[in-house]
Design a protein around this ligand. Structure first.
Ligand code: AMP
Length: 398
């Protein structure tokens, strides 16, 4: 039997899962449980016999997981303890505690719980999924893979905020970054494509999804990332502002009387493309531009401008760049964003070929002209496969 890993990504009211065949890299089944704890829950399971949908109340993560097992049993593929090499869990915040994946035990669970102060919305929700899955599969090894681990290699110069040292230390304030699993997968795949070892190349990764982040990866090691203490910093995102002068917050507190929660809501959920154009979805923004909407046009210009700033900054930090890679929902599908975000950088050896760039990319695609100094590629991300691989690698080391 092939090496199979069930990858679980648990949110506060949802569980996303994928059964991965690590040998072939294929997804054997994918699924989603939504609206856990609400009046009516929803299940979607896609296996060898197509898609199955189910509506029924889901009291908690545990009962959601039990129904997922029943869906596997009824609609396939086989999901027994014997058929699974591991269960891999995505966890958002590993702080400075987890520089790599970890085998779950009660102590690891407690550490993830402690780190909830840094990710109050995510770590407790991730833990609920871990607990439910451990209950369902007590004999299978459970491995946690953190969104922050890949960026634990950042040098102090990159992760340190220039604030009072004692305060920063007391409250663990530093840059942790995020989307690490994606940045790692994409930068390694890029090395493979170029026929090199990751240690031989420098890559700038642009993960442009609803959440967006840039990273600089030197010789396979993350040395810069645009997300900070939380995923709010950096690029313009679907609903997050990205970089902003922190004084805007004091100013809004003083002149608009806004509370901490209101400011949190403003910057995390009502800003970015949504705040600027009225929609967080890039497809709507392009449609609005075509219809002559000036706000949407400016929103896109701000979006490109920010990406270009990061590409320039990371170019300067790396000194030499072998490749720039686009990934995630916008990076993989939006040719207009790709070509505009990198326009005018020819003097840095960065070019995008309009014909190669055109259209959505479902597979790894070179979009720079042959012979360009910097290879520009689209590499579809696969965080589930990366989590499954890391789980198997960790178990092999034991
Ligand atoms: P992700 O968070 O990686 O799932 O990316 C989701 C985002 O990708 C959506 O909010 C859209 O803005 C964007 N997206 C998805 N499909 C397309 C497309 N065909 N063209 C442009 N943007 C897209």
């Amino acid at each position: 039997m092939s090496t199979r890993v069930l990858v679980v990504n648990s949110g506060s009211s949802s569980i996303k899962y994928q059964l991965v065949d690590v040998d072939s890299g294929e997804a054997l089944a994918t699924g989603l449980v939504e609206r856990i704890g609400q009046e009516m829950g929803a299940f979607k399971h896609e296996g060898p016999n197509g898609v199955v949908k189910l509506e029924q109340p889901v009291a908690d993560h545990e009962s959601g997981m039990a129904t997922v097992l029943a869906l596997f049993a009824e609609h396939g593929p086989e999901l027994t303890a014997e058929s699974l090499s591991a269960i891999g869990h995505r966890v958002v915040q590993g702080g400075s505690v987890f520089a790599g994946p970890a085998l779950v035990d009660d102590e690891v669970e407690a550490k993830i719980e402690d780190l909830a102060t840094l990710a109050p919305l995510h770590n407790p929700a991730n833990l609920q999924g871990i607990r439910a899955a451990r209950h369902a599969f007590p004999t299978v090894p459970h491995v946690v893979v953190f969104d922050t681990s890949f960026h634990q290699t950042l040098p102090a110069a990159a992760y340190t905020y220039a604030i009072d040292r004692d305060l920063a230390e007391k409250y663990a304030i530093r840059r942790y970054g995020a989307h690490g699993t994606s940045h790692k997968y994409v930068s390694r795949t890029m090395a493979e494509i170029l026929g090199k070892d990751p240690s031989e190349i420098n890559v700038i990764v642009l993960h442009l999804g609803n959440g967006a982040s840039a990273s600089a990866v030197r010789g396979g090691v993350s040395v810069e990332v645009s997300m900070g203490l939380t995923p709010l910093e950096g690029l313009v995102m679907g609903t997050r502002s990205g970089d902003i002068d922190p004084a805007v917050l004091f100013h809004l507190q003083r002149v608009a009387g806004m509370s901490t929660d209101e400011l949190d809501d403003l910057l995390n959920r009502k800003s970015g493309m949504l705040g600027l154009s009225g929609s967080s979805d890039m497809r709507d923004v392009h449609a609005a531009v075509e219809a002559g909407d000036e706000k949407a046009r400016t929103a896109l210009e701000v979006y490109y401008h920010r990406i270009k700033n990061y590409v320039g900054a990371y170019y300067a930090q790396l000194g030499h760049v072998d490749a720039i890679v686009f990934t995630a929902g916008i990076g993989e599908n939006d040719d207009i964003v790709r070509i505009n975000a990198l326009s005018g950088l020819e003097r840095l050896g960065i070019q995008v070929d309009a014909e190669r760039n055109a259209g959505r990319k479902k597979a790894e695609t070179q979009i720079s002209p042959d012979g360009a100094e910097v290879a520009v590629w689209v590499v579809p991300t696969n965080e589930e496969l990366e989590i499954a691989r890391e789980a198997v690698e960790l178990l092999a080391q034991r």
